[in-house]
Design a protein around this ligand. Structure first.
Ligand SMILES: *Cc1c(COP(=O)(O)O)cnc(C)c1O
Length: 482
């Protein structure tokens, strides 16, 4: 009998189908197997968390063993595969889960958020389009609205949850470009303003959005590494007078280098006067809005046209969580809505679909990793963590100062700077910092960092100082720039 596509007979096709089904079904482990894998995984994670207090924040190595793990047609036992993670991957590098991690802006990784990720992935609701999962999109948008209210944005503000601050900045940059009508005909007359401490992801964002040819102005900073608004005003006026178009001013609310918060209200005045788009990169600092004592530092943030916050920093979520917000949400969708024929079902609902407010279509249901922890813990422990980190940083800075270190400007948020002031301590400082695995900068933002961890860090500094002090006179004298 004739049949399509080469199978010799119906009978053979059915035989083949049965054989394929047997193998294909292995992707859905049976309940007992699922239980076993889940319980082994949870035990592993428990052991990992319990071991953290004794673990180093950094371990050298290259994971050579992982290189030999080849992808094979046949299955490997779960225990064997998992051992590569336990014994290789997780042993080496910066342990950003550790409460003793202060060198970089640390990641968090709260457990309840990881559980939410698992649920989001296992149920795999399609959170890109309202029509597809109204509930998932509602959860995403509720998180966006909560962030908008935290900032003090008015009704009509909107945004999107992204994979991180870099993509959030990229998303805002495109919206700013389109709102200002910048294209190949005028890009070389458009000017972008930021200080030297702006995050390098802004350069990537400008490049990606075709703004690499825009004019760049480096706005001077004051002695505390904050944007000098008067200098900004002069640059804006000068550019306008010479026929250029002041386009985009990027302020940072919590720089990665020093934690400085640019004077947002004064910057907003200048942006309004020159009709420039006012963007705030608050990827690191934004969640300090939750701390009453610090709210005043952010005055004017509600006047920004767009801003970025990183829940995987200030909310201690696992990596993979940024947020972009626009004061006028319509400017975001104006830049991103595309109605392809297959998207017809997606249009015309009350909730804006994430796919219409950013570059992604299919994406992880990432709102859940923020929604679940916020609801099952409440806001209070997040707020407490942030105030605690602010105070811990001050405690550390006072501690190293008492040990004889010079310290930078008083920390505004939770980053402190220090160096040893010996007249020609260049090489000495370098050795000391090598010993500390640090760059003379202490960034406190892990939810597992408490008084004990800061005490340990101060002990390490004290011991490093003692250990190196007797070799100091033998080092060549090389002055070190501040
Ligand atoms: C971390 C950070 C970024 C980059 O964010 P990612 O989430 O790492 O992509 C941008 N700006 C500032 C101020 C940051 O601290």
């Amino acid at each position: 009998m004739a049949n399509s596509r080469g199978a010799a007979s119906d009978e053979e096709r059915l035989k083949r189908l049965n054989a394929l089904e047997l193998t294909a079904r292995r992707l859905e482990p049976l309940p007992a197997e699922r239980q076993r894998i889940a319980s082994e995984t949870l035990s592993y994670v428990d052991a990992f968390i319990e071991s953290l207090p004794g673990e180093k924040a950094y371990a050298g190595g290259t994971c050579q063993g992982l290189r030999n793990v080849k992808v094979t047609e046949s299955a490997k036992p779960f225990g064997e595969v998992f051992s590569y993670l336990r014994d290789e991957m997780n042993r080496v590098g910066i342990n950003s889960s550790s409460g003793s991690c202060f060198g970089y802006i640390p990641g968090g990784g709260i457990w309840t958020s990881a559980i939410a990720d698992f649920v989001a992935a296992a149920t795999n609701r399609y959170a890109g389009v309202y029509f597809s999962s109204p509930g998932a999109v509602m959860i995403e948008n509720q998180m966006v609205r909560w962030l908008c209210s935290l900032v003090g944005y008015p009704d009509g503000a909107h945004g999107n949850l992204t994979s991180g601050g870099s993509i959030a900045n990229l998303t805002a940059t495109q919206a700013a470009r389109d709102a200002a009508g910048i294209d190949s005909t005028n890009v070389r007359k458009s000017v972008v303003y930021a200080t030297a401490h702006v995050h390098h992801c802004i350069d990537k964002a400008l490049h990606t959005t075709g703004l690499g040819e825009a004019v760049r102005r480096v706005v001077p900073m004051d002695s505390r590494y904050r944007m000098d608004p008067a200098a900004l005003g002069k640059l804006l006026a000068g550019d306008r007078d010479s026929g250029l178009k002041p386009f985009l001013v990027i302020a940072t609310a919590g720089t990665t280098d020093t934690g400085a918060v640019d004077p947002l209200d004064a910057v907003a005045d200048h942006c309004e006067a020159h009709r420039a788009w006012f963007h705030v990169d608050a990827a690191y600092g934004g969640f300090f809005l939750l701390v009453d004592e610090l709210r005043g530092l952010f005055k004017g943030i509600e006047r920004s046209d767009s801003l970025v916050m990183d829940p995987h920093k200030g909310m201690f979520l696992p990596f993979g969580s940024g947020a972009v917000l626009l004061r006028e949400g319509g400017k975001l969708t104006a830049s991103y809505v595309h109605d392809a024929p297959y998207m017809q079902d997606a249009l015309g609902f009350d909730e804006i679909s994430p796919a219409d407010a950013g570059p992604e279509l299919s994406r992880h249901f990432r709102g859940l990793r923020m929604w679940l922890p916020l609801h099952i813990h409440g806001v209070a422990p997040f707020r407490a963590n942030l105030e605690e980190k602010m105070l811990l940083c001050r405690h550390f800075v006072d501690g190293v100062r008492a040990l004889g270190f010079e310290t930078g400007p008083d920390p505004e948020l939770s980053i402190g700077l220090f160096r040893y002031p010996h007249a020609a301590a260049g090489a000495f400082n370098r050795k000391l910092l090598e010993a500390l695995q640090d760059d003379g900068r202490c960034a406190v933002l892990n939810f597992r960092s408490h008084l004990a961890e800061i005490g340990l860090a101060l002990d390490v500094v004290r011991k490093g100082l003692e250990h190196l002090a007797d070799t100091r006179h033998r080092e060549p004298d090389t002055p070190r720039k501040p």
